[in-house]
Design a protein. Structure first.
Length: 510
């Protein structure tokens, strides 16, 4: 399959399967043990194994058009289920596993503070289901298998959202709304897969791509693409299919919001790229028109409308949730350009957005851990009370705006460049307008944090301020510094995004 770089060759040979199998198996063990800390240990081991496998796969796909194919059970595709790794999903798996590992460091004190002790092992079991499902979506080369993993991740996500912040019952409503809309999205997706199977007689995505290429203009295939786009667009929080996201982010436990903001919509965005460019072809007039005249207007609408909605939020996490909808618009705008530069810019923003939103939500989690605050007005004076955490939050906010020398600036610069190459001056105006709106809603939070006296509430019974645990501080600053590092040394991220775009546009599944 691929050379072994630092893991034993026998393990590397099964790395695509281990990414999914380890968390899936350990989720059952975590559910059976009574200790939440032990369940966290299993989750951490799973994330570590996934990260090591993802690094091996990432290094193994650095060559031009390099593809790693793994036949499950020895059944060769297209008759068996194939896991297929190229430059596109290798980057996503690396992002998923690394952010998952950092989020789990944050989880140990955060989950202990928010989740009932008796439920913590079940919480981590559900998280492992979610993690395994997202990894499977990214790794699989089988269309129906992708649907199965999408549902596995969704079931785990519904459960961990429903547990809520200190049994906040609003989390149950948010989870139920997500369940309803997620089920609708999954139904659209599986109907689309059914249309593709009807037209091609296969479920292997590489095989589907070859069969579709031989029958251009097939209406069944085009209807299948439309169903798939709607279904996955809902999972990706594409405007106006985003209604599940604000409440899910606002009322879920802090760890859940941090992890989902950095990963879940990114995996769905990957699926849209995979089907638009690999399974289908951008040379198809139907696909190109759909991206240009449907996806692009919705992306720009999301960028502007969601940013405007963020301005009027009183809950900090809800504000950042609407911001996430706007950021998904940036990513999909790059995809709508249907060029290598556009897809690379959208993929770059995907990677950078995980860094900035991970830092922002983790900092809000630290604020909640120490003072129990969630509303923007309650952040008053935390710049003085928690200067290091507030500084990390500020870095994430500046990156979200797109200030020079931050990761957010780099991806917006490449998006603007790709739009100008496409002669889409109106897209440049939309990017700049949404960025100006980001200045205003980030300004609200930053002024509240820094230009106020330190709070007097939030004291422990002994009169001392609750300290930020090291397990929160370390991953928070790793993400914050990554925003600065990749804002000044962008070569690695840009190369990763360009490799991903080339793998997509040149037919990574061909």
């Amino acid at each position: 399959m691929t050379d072994a770089y630092f893991l034993p060759a026998a393990i590397v040979a099964h790395a695509p399967a281990l990414l999914v199998a380890v968390p899936l198996i350990l989720s059952t063990v975590a559910a059976a043990i009574p200790s939440g800390r032990a369940a966290w240990g299993l989750a951490f081991v799973s994330a570590m194994v996934a990260l090591l496998c993802a690094i091996e796969l990432f290094l193994g796909t650095r060559g031009e058009y390099a593809i790693i194919s793994y036949a499950m059970g020895g059944w060769e595709p297209p008759y068996g289920i194939e896991f297929r790794i190229d430059g596109l999903n290798a980057a996503l798996l690396l992002l998923l596993s690394s952010t998952g590992l950092l989020a789990l460091l944050f989880a140990l004190p955060s989950v202990a503070d928010e989740i009932d002790k008796r439920k913590q092992s079940l919480f981590y079991a559900a998280f492992l289901l979610c993690f395994a499902g997202l990894s499977g979506v990214a790794a699989t080369g089988d269309a129906f298998n992708l649907f199965v993993f999408l549902e596995i991740s969704s079931i785990g996500t519904y459960a961990i959202i429903a547990m809520g912040h200190q049994n906040d019952r609003r989390a149950l409503t948010a989870s139920f709304n997500y369940l309803v809309m997620g089920t609708i999205g999954a139904t659209f997706f599986v109907i689309g897969i059914g249309f593709l199977y009807m037209a091609t007689g296969t479920l292997n995505m590489a095989d589907i791509a070859q069969t579709i290429a031989a029958q251009p203009g097939n209406r069944v295939v085009e209807v299948g693409f439309a169903f798939i786009l709607v279904g996955v667009g809902l999972k990706a929080a594409l405007f106006p299919l985003h209604l599940w996201l604000p409440n899910a982010y606002a009322f879920a436990p802090n760890f859940v919001t941090t992890f989902l903001a950095a990963t879940a919509t990114k995996v769905a965005f990957y699926v849209i790229i995979r089907f638009s460019f690999d399974v289908f072809s951008i040379d198809s007039g139907f696909v190109q028109n759909t991206l240009t005249y449907v996806v692009t207007p919705l992306a720009i609408s999301g960028m502007i409308v969601a940013s405007l909605q963020a301005l009027f939020q009183s809950d900090a996490r809800r504000l950042l949730a609407y911001s996430s909808v706007a950021q998904v618009g940036y990513m999909l705008l790059g995809l709508g350009m249907a060029t290598a530069a556009g897809v690379a810019a959208g993929s770059l923003h995907l990677l950078n957005h995980a860094l900035m939103k991970g830092a922002l939500f983790m900092a809000l989690g630290a604020f909640a851990y120490c003072y129990g605050v969630r509303r923007i007005d309650d952040l008053k004076g935390l710049g003085q009370a928690m200067p290091f955490t507030s500084a990390a939050f500020t870095i994430g906010a500046l990156s979200l705006i797109g200030v020079p020398f931050t990761a957010g600036f780099v991806s917006k610069f490449y998006l603007i460049q790709a739009a100008l190459d496409n002669d889409w001056w109106w897209a440049v105006v939309a990017i700049l307008a949404a960025s100006v709106l980001a200045v205003f809603y980030c300004y609200r939070m930053l002024v509240t944090i820094w230009v106020n006296p330190a709070p007097t509430e939030g004291l422990l019974p002994n009169g001392h301020i609750r300290k930020v645990p090291l397990l929160i501080t370390v991953p928070l600053w790793v993400l914050a510094l990554a925003n600065l590092y990749f804002g000044t040394n962008a070569g690695f991220m840009v190369d990763m995004a360009q490799t991903a775009a080339q793998a997509a546009i040149n037919g990574g599944v061909s």
